[in-house]
Design a binder for this molecule. Structure first.
Ligand SMILES: NC(=O)c1ccc[n+]([C@@H]2O[C@H](COP(=O)([O-])OP(=O)(O)OC[C@H]3O[C@@H](n4cnc5c(N)ncnc54)[C@H](O)[C@@H]3O)[C@@H](O)[C@H]2O)c1
Length: 353
């Protein structure tokens, strides 16, 4: 093992203490400081991990030459300024989802990291769960065949956020998972969004996203802060098998169904022959064994490996940007009563430049 790296956690509200605990426990990292504008919060987080220096000054953290990297868990609207300051101070950065509050700001962050030769990683935590790592592996080895549809449901009684709607709060999870598991990443040309604010909170609390996938497939995301029942489920249908991931079922989070519809196409079809050529596969269901490991432990390990190997992280700034591109198109579609809105592609822009 090479020498340990030094990290500081910025933001010690709800999520920051989880980052602090995992950086503290990681064999790759020393937790050098916790920073929050509210010093008492920083102190509580520090006490919960057995004592770490605390500060309310971001400038002090960034001026400390011993600190290699920062993990930023402040509200989305603050990410842009804090990330740019950290990158300009020569620190590697992991930043919470969503990468930024606009695609333009996210693009500037990704470009600054590239110019400065530093790692910018998005904390797309779910991508590092044993379940999602297994799903990615199964899709990559062809166990599901070509992907026909993805249907993702993330609903519960959620905290209505002051600065973002339910799409920007919850859908980054679904979109970043799709970006991680789908061959070629989250490569969608357009998105249609429907949202509702039945309690008049001022922002959509219930949302539906539909995105055509390449080769005729479709991805759908349902997010909801007003559901009294909690559901975290993704169904991924392929030409060979269908996978169901139920994150709230620890006994069997992932099930693979050897079931589906086969359609043998013939050159001259009538309604009758079409019906005759459809057959149903009703095979076995199996559940892959999954290791028990906290996703954030894998996140901390991946961040250190990306820095040491001078490579992009598996959930890079670019992946954060692909998620922002869909979110921004979803907001445009929402304002246009659900009409499909084109998704800007950062990668295409770079290739064309
Ligand atoms: N990866 C996940 O699963 C996951 C889960 C929850 C939240 N998040 C993300 O984490 C981020 C933070 O969310 P939260 O719910 O913890 O928010 P929060 O409001 O509970 O905490 C944010 C903290 O940041 C501090 N802060 C704000 N500006 C600061 C600055 N300039 N310098 C230092 N500290 C500053 C605030 O004082 C506050 O304590 C958001 O981007 C959110 O989307 C990610």
């Amino acid at each position: 093992m090479s020498t340990r790296l030094n990290a500081a956690v910025i933001g010690a509200g709800y999520w920051g203490p989880n980052l602090a605990r995992n950086f503290r426990a990681s064999p790759d990292w020393d937790l050098a400081a916790i920073c929050d504008l509210d010093i008492e919060r920083a102190q509580r987080a520090a006490d919960s991990v057995g004592g770490v220096p605390v500060t309310s000054s971001l400038d002090d953290v960034l001026a400390d030459p011993a600190i290699d990297a920062v993990a930023i868990a402040t509200p989305a609207r603050t990410h842009h300024a804090i990330v740019l300051a950290a990158l300009d101070a020569g620190k590697h950065v992991i930043v919470e989802k969503p990468l930024a509050d606009t695609r333009e700001r996210g693009t500037e962050m990704v470009e600054r990291a590239r110019e400065n030769g530093l790692v910018l990683m998005a904390d797309h935590t779910y991508c590092y769960t044993p379940a999602v790592l297994k799903i990615r592996e199964l899709i990559e080895e062809g166990a599901l065949g070509d992907i026909l549809f993805v249907d993702s449901v993330r609903i519960n009684l959620g905290l209505i956020q002051p600065d973002v709607d339910v799409f920007w709060d919850l859908a980054p999870h679904d979109l970043s998972i799709m970006d991680f598991i789908l061959p070629g990443g989250l490569d969608v040309a357009s998105v249609s969004a429907h949202g509702s604010d039945p309690l008049r909170t001022g922002k959509a609390c219930i949302g539906y996203l539909a995105m055509p996938l390449a080769a005729g497939g479709i991805a759908h995301v349902h997010v909801n802060w007003l559901s009294p029942t909690k559901i975290r489920q993704m169904v991924i249908g392929g030409t060979k098998r269908t996978l169901v991931w139920d994150d709230l079922n620890p006994q069997q989070r992932v099930s693979v169904y050897d079931r589906g519809v086969d359609l043998a196409l013939q050159s001259k079809e009538t309604a009758d022959t079409r019906a005759a050529n459809i057959s149903y596969r009703l095979g076995d269901t199996w559940a892959p064994a999954l290791p028990e490991r906290e996703a954030l432990a894998n996140v901390a390990g991946e961040f250190a490996s990306a820095i040491r190997e001078e490579r992009a992280a598996r959930t890079s700034g670019e992946s954060g940007l692909r998620v922002l591109s869909v979110l921004e198109a979803a907001s445009a579609s929402l304002s246009a009563s659900g009409s499909p809105s084109p998704v800007e592609s950062y990668i295409k822009e770079v290739q064309e430049a």
